[in-house]
Design a protein around this ligand. Structure first.
Ligand code: B3K
Ligand code: ZN
Length: 867
């Protein structure tokens, strides 16, 4: 893999591989650090005073990471030193066991387009340090197992930057003369440098309070531009809900006197959990029903919760090294999922979680970038903030909870937090705490940390007289660097549903599949039994169950576990879609129509569940299940089925659409959100069946819309119906929201997601639009991310979709490698695509790799994708 670069005479040296097995404890510790910032967007001077301590007995020098820093001064114990660099690090020879090392560096925040380190976003100066951004601020051992107490002094122009924030508590502030002022902050909790943050700007605060379970008062602040203040209320509510939930559910109390959130428009991902000073992408803070959809609003709550929960799972107990990332991310995703389940409908949340996992993680696990949730090596750690580490990591925690039971799991987390408070630890430490608290041996379970690839479970139910036996087997696929696999521990919640009675004839039980092949006695059942397996998605696996005639239809109509019921519907739809895609003939739509019709007519199902259950599996998901997919054919067949549903079930759909239109547009109750979701799903199907009716209803809905949920779903349908149908609404939408960047992102996204080969032309036109910029990650994701995620648009037969994306990646890489690298994976999915297009995808990857000055971010993913 690394040879590619060498053979192309790339000027830069091949980046070194970092391996988990090479971990060594730090040679020097830094118990205390004092930082002083003379802030200026053009040239900020950072003075740093490190108190360092030799760690153990050795004679190795102190080595400090630094990147794009202009070193102005270096002193050791007050004496100036000539700097010496080795492989880009500042090497400081020290004779004693402790020393004070001082540096002074200059940096240029406004030139920082990578958005790592200290940078400027719309007049605000802010920082992002995880994973390795602190080295772009000052010289430091930039690794998560060096924990320090921070004292930070900020000085800046008072008018331009009236608000000066850092981690911890404010201890001093005042005037520094010449129109400048200063503030000093201290954080009493030792932390790794990736959790460091400062912010300076003209910000307003939505201030509130929370009284913790032990009666301490915490000042809460959400800091935004003045005009955005009215849009911070939902985030504030979510923050207070998160504080209360973590006390209730995990016994975790907040520890500082204040908790601040700052929103900035230029951000590489969702948000960042810096100690006591979270920095957020505006997308996950600013929300009101007029400009944010229900989906966006739920996203705000989930991300606010996620970052807050990191205060314990990540900050108080942190990672020893970056290979342990899932220790904090998998656990924190699992915690935020629990929060969302408790705040809304748990069943619908679970469906959404699994949808995300299947859309983002399963393809990763099945492709060239597959890695275990605890990876073994990387070139660039930024590339490992993946769906595998996050979402599969959360599934692994969930499985432990399923195996141990909720009480022992809670004992396990209590023990983990108590035992490791203030430490930088490993995934192994977490599993050991679970074992010690529960007495359950998790030896074999640990394979979930080391083996990549989604296991497939094959299931067959045998009924012989009265006996019912479940025959199971598991296969864990080979993945890059892991040819052979061992059987894993797979917890499967299983029940049997009677074919005649429709009841649970064998109550749900937990089956632990631990062998390659295993048979389980499910007792005596005196009617034909249907198999309800992996209920609630108890394990992140693919289940291939041998089905009897009518079984899947019956489960889709009446499985008592709502996830399994949804799943059966999806299995049915997938079966018939794939048969038509590969068979070449027309689709057998009767079973699908019957299932969708029954769902629409049901009096008992929740509207949000209905909306999920009537949606066909997405094109990307179908492509993943094929050996050499023709994306155009996949689109054609799926559309044929949507059209059939829309035509044949027109009456039911119109009735559901009308009933769902009764939702109170401004209410954010689960019921009303569910109705709006159903309204969007039925409108889309009606439009697929009858373009004229669809256009009419969608235009009406658009014109009458009072909320973004209604407006956006109508706009989506109009855009799908073609440029003529969408023209007026798109123009209106732009004019109406011109000054709201988050809404304009939607305007780009809606157009980039239109199926079909013609979308590339609009995408090229949109790229030239004055509101488009490669420099803002949200805007770039809106256009390029959505385009690449729309198979029938991206996979043009002539390959021009791939060329366009490759050019965007190369151009964006020059500004912001971390975000550019996020767009490489879609090109790496060539193995699932028919040979003609696959060759063009490979050629696009090769062209990327031929670029002379590629970042290691893009290089790593493009070279691995080529495989
Ligand atoms: N911990 C950050 C992610 C940082 C990504 C750096 N490439 C946000 C989160 O997961 O909560
Ligand atoms: Zn996180």
């Amino acid at each position: 893999m690394l040879d590619i670069r060498a053979s192309m005479d790339a000027p830069a040296a091949t980046p070194p591989v970092i391996r988990r097995e090479d971990y060594q404890a730090p040679d020097w510790l830094v118990p205390a650090i004092e930082l002083s910032f003379a802030l200026d967007p053009a040239r900020t001077v950072v003075s740093t005073r490190l108190t360092v301590e030799r760690n153990g007995t050795h004679d190795r020098p102190l080595k400090l990471d630094g990147e794009e820093l202009e070193l102005l001064a270096l002193r050791v114990d007050g004496e100036p030193r000539e700097p010496r660099f080795e492989n880009g690090r500042l090497v400081v020879e020290l004779s004693g066991d402790t020393a004070v090392v001082e540096t002074e560096v200059a940096i240029a925040p406004e030139k920082n387009s990578q958005l790592m380190g200290l940078y400027a976003s719309g007049g605000i100066l802010c920082t992002q340090c995880e994973a390795e951004g602190f080295r772009r601020i000052t010289f430091f051992p930039d690794r998560p197992d060096v924990l320090s107490r921070y004292r930070v002094r900020l000085e800046a122009d008072r008018q331009r930057y009236p608000v000066l924030l850092a981690n911890g508590n404010p201890v001093e502030q005042g005037d520094s003369g010449g129109g400048r002022h200063f503030a000093v902050w201290e954080d009493p909790f030792p932390k790794p440098c990736y959790l460091f943050a400062v912010v300076a700007g003209d910000l307003r605060c939505n201030a509130d309070r929370f009284t913790t379970m032990s009666g301490r008062e915490v000042d809460l602040g959400i800091w935004v531009r003045e005009a955005d203040l009215p849009k911070t209320q939902l985030a504030m509510q979510a923050l207070k809900d998160s504080f209360a939930w973590d006390e209730r559910t995990y016994g975790r109390e907040y520890d500082l006197d204040r908790f601040n959130i700052v929103a900035v428009s230029d951000f590489n991902f969702g948000a960042m959990e810096n100690k006591g000073l979270n920095i957020f992408n505006t997308r996950y803070v600013l929300a009101d029903p007029e400009t944010a959809s229900d989906f966006d609003i739920d996203g705000v709550a989930a991300v606010v919760a996620h970052e807050y929960f990191h205060n314990w799972s990540g900050n108080r107990v942190t990672c020893r090294d970056w290979f342990q990332l899932s220790l904090k991310e998998g656990l924190t995703v699992f915690r935020d999922q629990g929060f969302s389940e408790d705040m809304g409908s748990a069943a619908v949340q679970r469906i959404d979680q699994v949808r995300t996992l299947r859309a983002a993680q399963f393809p990763e696990d099945a492709g060239p970038l597959a890695h275990p949730i605890r990876p073994d090596s990387y070139l660039e750690i930024a590339n490992f903030y993946t769906a595998t580490v996050y979402n599969k990591g959360a599934e692994v925690i969930r499985m432990m909870r399923t195996i141990l039971g909720p009480e022992a799991y809670r004992k396990g987390t209590d023990l983990y937090f108590e035992r490791h408070d203030g430490q930088a630890v490993t995934c192994e430490d977490f599993v050991r705490a679970m074992e010690d608290a529960s007495g359950v041996d998790l030896k074999q379970f640990r394979l979930w940390y080391s083996q990549a690839g989604t296991p497939t479970v094959t299931a067959r139910l045998e009924q012989d007289g009265g006996r019912t036996t479940l025959h199971l087997s598991q296969q864990v696929p080979a993945t890059p660097g892991q040819e052979t696999k061992q059987p894993m521990v797979i917890p499967l919640r299983v029940a049997l549903i009677g074919a005649e009675s429709g009841r649970e004839v064998a109550a749900e039980r937990l089956v632990l599949l631990t062998e390659a092949e295993q048979s389980v006695d499910l007792g005596a059942v005196d009617e034909t039994a249907f198999l309800s397996i992996n209920r609630g998605f108890s394990a992140p696996v693919i289940v291939n169950a041998e089905r009897r005639a009518g079984e899947i239809e019956a489960l889709a109509a009446g499985d008592s576990d709502s996830f399994a019921r949804f799943e059966a519907g999806q299995e049915l739809m997938t079966r018939d879609l794939l048969a038509a895609i590969t068979g070449g003939g027309a689709v057998e739509v009767e079973a699908i129509i019957a299932a969708v019709g029954a769902t629409l007519r049901s009096q008992s199902l929740d509207p949000a569940f209905k909306a999920d259950a009537i949606a066909l599996p997405g094109e990307s998901l179908l492509i993943e299940k094929l050996a050499a997919a023709d994306p155009a054919r996949v689109h054609e067949v799926r559309e044929e089925v949507r059209r059939a549903i829309g035509t044949r079930l027109s009456d039911e759909l119109q009735r559901s659409y009308a009933a769902a239109s009764a939702a109170d547009p401004t209410s954010l109750s689960g019921e009303d959100k569910g109705l709006r979701r159903l309204r969007a799903a039925t409108l889309a199907l009606l439009a697929a069946g009858d373009a004229e009716l669809g256009a009419q209803l969608a235009q009406q809905q658009y014109d009458a819309a009072r909320t973004m949920t209604e407006r956006q779903s109508a706009l989506n349908v109009l855009a799908m119906l073609g440029p003529d149908a969408a023209k007026a609404a798109l123009e209106d939408f732009y004019a109406r929201f011109e000054d709201d960047p988050l809404v304009i992102d939607k305007w780009f996204a809606v157009q980039a997601q239109v199926p079909g080969e013609a979308t590339l032309e609009s995408v090229e036109r949109l790229q030239k639009h004055p509101a488009f910029t490669l420099a803002n990650p949200n805007r770039l994701r809106a256009l390029a991310g959505n385009f690449a995620a729309t198979p029938s648009a991206f996979h043009r037969a002539d390959g021009r979709g791939y060329d366009w994306l490759a050019e965007v990646i190369v151009a964006a890489d020059k500004l912001n490698p971390q975000t550019a690298a996020r767009f490489v994976a879609p090109l790496g999915r060539w193995r699932k695509i028919e040979p003609g297009r696959a060759a063009k995808m490979r050629a696009a990857l090769q062209r990327i790799l031929a670029e002379p000055e590629l970042s290691k971010d893009v290089f790593e993913l493009a070279s691995k994708s080529l495989g």
